[in-house]
Design a protein around this ligand. Structure first.
Ligand code: GLP
Length: 261
């Protein structure tokens, strides 16, 4: 894993955005895996700025989102579809038919999940997958104890995640859906590059367990230790519990120029 620590969340997101912009400029037909949550918002804002000011073109890009709540129609203001439209897609020139999110209202959820997996394969797989991390170490909605080989499927949210996400539902935990459709850990591991973003002190224990702890389904993100090209973008607060903090800084600063982002 490559650990990249920046002073602030915004700097960390801007660096990740630069990596994505390089990918999209080099391969305009790139397939991007996208995440919701507050963590990637500064990254999305920077991509929007690059689109507006630097002509970064998303017209040939295909996107797949990680997850969606079951039972929320796309027009619901807390659906991840709505979130993505509001915070990213309506500001970019991604073609509507190239945008993919699981459908939380699908009648046949297992068939819908299988079709989602097939669609990812059909376009040649995900080039760069953006990930946030839950305070319990989950990625997408793969909660602790998820199979490390899991595929896109229905999951039940933990009480912890319901409590964490209640802030988006006026603080009312009873409004938070109990189920979601999420890409599996096996699905995420097939992305060619995984970028995990984490900011703030609340994520520091999960980040330390992910990067320096044992690989275990109890910390789903820890499987990224097995990924050939996993990059972890942190601010100083999220990096605070890392034993090798200074080493990661050293490695980053000593990168040969051709390896710099
Ligand atoms: C949700 C999402 C995850 C996200 C996590 C953290 O559970 N399903 O994809 O990483 O929340 O969210 P935040 O970035 O708001 O801390």
């Amino acid at each position: 894993m490559e650990v990249i620590i920046q002073d602030s969340a915004v700097e960390s997101c801007h660096l990740a955005a630069r990596l994505i912009s390089k990918q999209v400029r080099a391969y305009p037909q790139s397939v991007l895996g996208l995440a919701t949550g507050s963590t990637p918002l500064p990254l999305y804002q920077e991509l929007i700025r690059m689109h507006r000011e630097e002509g970064l073109d998303f017209s040939k890009v295909t996107t797949f989102n990680l997850d969606e709540y079951v039972g929320l129609p796309r027009a619901h203001n807390q659906s991840y579809f709505y979130f993505m439209q509001r915070h990213l897609f309506q500001h970019l020139n991604v073609s509507a038919e190239k945008i993919h999110l699981p459908d939380g209202m699908a009648d046949d959820i297992p068939a819908h999940c299988a079709a989602y997996e097939a669609k990812i394969k059909e376009v040649g797989g995900i080039d760069i997958q953006i990930l946030g991390i839950g305070s319990d170490g989950h990625i997408a909605f793969n909660e602790p104890s998820s199979s490390l080989a899991s595929r896109t499927r229905i999951k039940t949210l933990t009480e912890q995640t319901i409590a964490d996400n209640a802030r988006f539902f006026n603080g009312d935990q009873s409004q938070v859906p109990r189920h979601c459709i999420t890409m599996g850990i096996g699905t995420i591991m097939e992305a060619k590059v995984n970028l995990l973003l984490a900011h703030g002190s609340g994520k520091a224990p999960a980040v330390a367990a992910t990067v320096e702890g044992p690989i275990t389904s109890m910390v789903p993100a820890s499987i990224l230790q097995h990924h050939e090209r996993a990059k972890v973008f942190l601010d100083e607060e999220a990096a605070a519990h890392l034993k090798l903090h200074d080493y990661y800084q050293w490695v980053y600063h000593e990168k040969p120029s051709w390896q710099k982002i």
